[in-house]
Design a protein around this ligand. Structure first.
Ligand code: TRP
Length: 453
């Protein structure tokens, strides 16, 4: 048998695999998106539904991607081609590459904002400003052209630079440093936030379920958030799993990654809501939460200068370990399917994504009037990818593993040819055969309005 490690780079260690994969999962989705989505959908009740989805659907979909990627040792499209030659399953991979473009475009725009806010923190740009001024600062910045684009490009170049260095020296090495840094910063922020007088209101908000706020739409939001946050449904994890050596325990890895991702989302909530409530600031819903509400709090909090710098560095780090995973999906495809050298493939991908990214970045300013299906460009990219493409991708990925790939091959991949045992295998089959596809279909159809319950 040909030794795959000769022809293809692999991750070097178990910690590296978890750091890279959890790095993909943990991102703006946890620290920027989760708190405001949870805040708008009833706090604790949303959290419960969310955790349920992670366990019952998220982990099975994640494992399915792992199985596909590691069995084929190829990129998102190539994997389907290798495992199902001559069949149309590779279309799922194509949809995934499309989703990677869309997500990376708007995601890097927001990642760029985090750099602006690191800069503003360092120059002490928040202190002495009223909430209105801070709001103006954010909306003014976001709707301008030059600065958001500048930061967009800086972030894109940073991402491309890591990807160019390869799987081990780029992705693995950077995430092994960045992920522990992220955890340390987040813990410091949690301690600060939780020790503020009046912090308990925020804790209550996050954990006390208010089911009256749950609507069919918020259930869809919880599923979309789970997919987005776990980086599943579009082949990111197929791509990463293709770099995982055969002896790794995929079941354990998926458990760790899902756990780290969920714990970090909760910690982000614990770093944000107690402070929001302690300063008696209405938890502004929507994407302005971390960019308008928090600077206001930092301006009033003792040590706020320091905490605002580390908070926005945290956001930047979280975003970076995710953008590299998105870019890698596209680059791996270019390298393997189109036979382009890694360096050139990285530049080409980054330039192509940047074209869409410029549009996304400017959608708050110059392109404000442009609407797609009634949504501004940025919201269109965000909504379509998280609530439509990812669930759709996840649906077909689990169907592929559950009904097409063959149970013996799935089992061989999960148990490393019978070496590992797990009582959860039966649950996994049940989840990917029935539970996940049915839940995804039901919630998806309801969310897009084709079905009403
Ligand atoms: N999961 C990341 C976050 O929570 C974003 C992300 C990275 C992603 N890769 C992805 C989302 C693939 C969906 C699919 O911020």
């Amino acid at each position: 048998m040909k030794n795959i490690s000769e022809s293809r780079e692999l991750f070097g260690s178990r910690f590296g695999i978890i750091a890279a994969t959890a790095g993909s999962a943990v991102g703006l989705g946890n620290i920027w998106r989760f708190p405001y989505v949870a805040g708008a959908n009833g706090g604790g009740a949303f959290l419960l539904i969310y955790v349920g989805f992670v366990l019952a659907i998220g982990i099975p979909v994640m494992l399915s991607e792992f199985v596909i990627g590691r069995a084929a040792h190829k990129n998102a499209i190539g994997s389907f081609r290798a495992l199902a030659p001559g069949k149309p399953w590779y279309l799922v991979g194509i949809m995934g590459i499309g989703a990677a473009f869309m997500i990376l475009a708007f995601y890097t725009a927001v990642a760029g904002w985090t750099l602006e806010y690191v800069y503003q923190s360092i120059i002490d740009g928040f202190s002495g400003k009223t909430p209105e001024q801070l709001e103006e600062m954010f909306t003014g910045f976001r709707s301008s052209s030059f600065r958001p684009l500048l930061w967009f490009f800086i972030f894109m170049i940073l991402t491309a630079w890591i990807i160019m260095s390869g799987v081990k020296k780029g992705i693995e090495k950077s995430t092994k440093i960045l992920m522990p840094l992220l955890v340390i910063i987040l813990l410091i922020l949690c301690v600060r936030s939780l020790t503020l007088p009046g912090a308990s209101e925020g804790v209550k908000f996050l954990f006390k379920p208010d089911f009256s706020k749950i609507t069919p739409r918020s259930v869809l939001e919880a599923l979309g958030q789970a997919f987005f946050s776990l980086s599943i449904g579009m082949g990111t994890l197929i791509t990463y799993a293709s770099y995982v050596p055969k002896h790794n325990n995929l079941m354990k890895t998926s458990g760790y990654v899902a756990m780290v991702d969920t714990v970090i989302a909760i910690l982000a909530g614990l770093a944000i809501f107690p402070a929001v409530f302690a300063f008696n600031i209405p938890p502004m819903s929507g994407e302005g939460l971390v960019f308008m509400t928090l600077p206001n709090i930092f301006g009033q909090m003792s040590g706020g200068y320091f905490f605002s710098i580390i908070f926005f560095v945290l956001l930047t780090v979280a975003a970076l370990t995710s953008t590299i995973s998105l870019l890698e999906v596209i680059v791996a495809f270019f390298v393997e399917e189109l036979k382009i050298k890694r360096k050139a493939a990285t530049w080409i991908s980054a330039i192509l994504v940047s074209i869409l990214g410029i549009v996304a970045t400017l959608s708050w300013g110059t392109l404000k009037g442009v609407k797609i299906f009634g949504k501004m460009i940025f919201d269109f990219l965000d909504y379509t990818s998280a609530n439509i493409l990812l669930p759709l991708g996840g649906f077909f990925i689990v169907l592929f593993v559950a009904w097409f790939f063959g149970r013996d091959k799935v089992e061989a991949e999960l148990t490393n040819n019978g070496k590992l045992k797990s009582k959860l295998l039966l649950f996994f089959y049940f989840a990917i055969r029935f539970l996940a596809p049915l839940c995804i279909a039901f919630i998806f159809l309801n969310g897009i309005g084709l079905l009403r319950f």
